[in-house]
Write a protein that binds this ligand. Sequence first.
Ligand code: SF4
Length: 418
Amino acid sequence: MVVENIIARMVRNTSSRYFAFEDGRPQPPCAPAEPIHLYIHIPFCAELCPYCSFHRVLYREEKAREYFRALRREIEMYRDRGFSFSGVYVGGGTPTILLDELLDLLARIQHDFSPADISVETNPDRLDARTLNLLADAGVKRVSVGIQTFSDPLLKSIGRYDKYGSSEMLKERLAKAKGFVQTLNADMIYNFPTQSRTMLEQDLEVLKEASPDQITFYPLMISDATRKKMTDLMGRMSYRKERHFYSLITSHLAEDYRSSSAWCFSKKDTSMVDEYVVVSQEYVGAGSGAFGLVGGGIYANTFSLPSYCERIFRGEFPLSARRLFSVRELSRYALLMGLFGLSLDTAPFRKRFGSPPWWLLGPELLFFLLAGGIRLDQGRIRLTPRGRYYWVVMMREFFTGVDNFRDLSREAAGITAR
Ligand code: SF4
């Protein structure tokens, strides 16, 4: 675990610098010449899961309707500024919690931008045929459902058993949900402190039977603020177990799935929509607490829902923070995301940054070459099987950095309920 520990420390230090935002209220970014991706955040959930570090609040219909009105306006403001969107990812929270509003929002997006791809996250209680048909009619190509685990004891201890159903119910809902949209993705989490090898093997067996088009297996990621609560609830996490479980997952899924990122596995015979951070160099974030990456800078919207709505209804962009990256920082981010998608084509990288990756990121690449994490192959840098786990560690630490920033921002916005 020596290499993994070095990598984890490296990424943790770098992410804390990435999220050291400038003072003052930022101006909105200028529209790029080409269409980019749009991330939309819907923060409402019926229950708040104890391990979750996302920006989420308890669902109240009236507040959610006002929020959707603000979201529509924010996206129009980007349109009026010259932005165009080729792909849309709706995440949360639970984006399908108020379906009529979501469908109305998607219809407006279709009208204004005709994006090629729309991906929507949901929870297992929204996997009914009516909802899936309506989403498909709205142009949704990928539905990603948060299953997390099929183990009843684990579902009970993370508070999802009563709300989203037992292992049997989840399995039945997942199996019946296939075929409505191009890609049905099951979001899973591994390395809960009380999760045994047998529990993970049970998850893998159920997935084999239910056979969704795509499976995303996230390692448990908890922010510093959530760590104590999770330790009290389930005990301490082990990164040794994480590595061991990751190799179990990759070997089990290899028969029916191909890797499409370090933690996403897709059916061999299906063309897939992958995670937007991998496929999009630039994206706008709409909604409270959403992040965007545009014109070499990262932008964050306010985490306060009242302030988000008020500012939009006053005709202002609800941005609360910005950090412009240097070329080296941006090229590091491009390497992290590119190789998370398993390989990086060096020619577009050179075109974008004016220098080859070796020139800009020589020490990092040499480190991963010597550690056996990457190999060079006809103008591409590719992850080796060992490198895939290194990238899981890097992305886990990167997203933990994002979660820590979210926690601080939520605290500053007066949101403390967990
Ligand atoms: S895990 Fe999903 S359902 Fe649970 S609180 Fe987080 S966003 Fe909401």
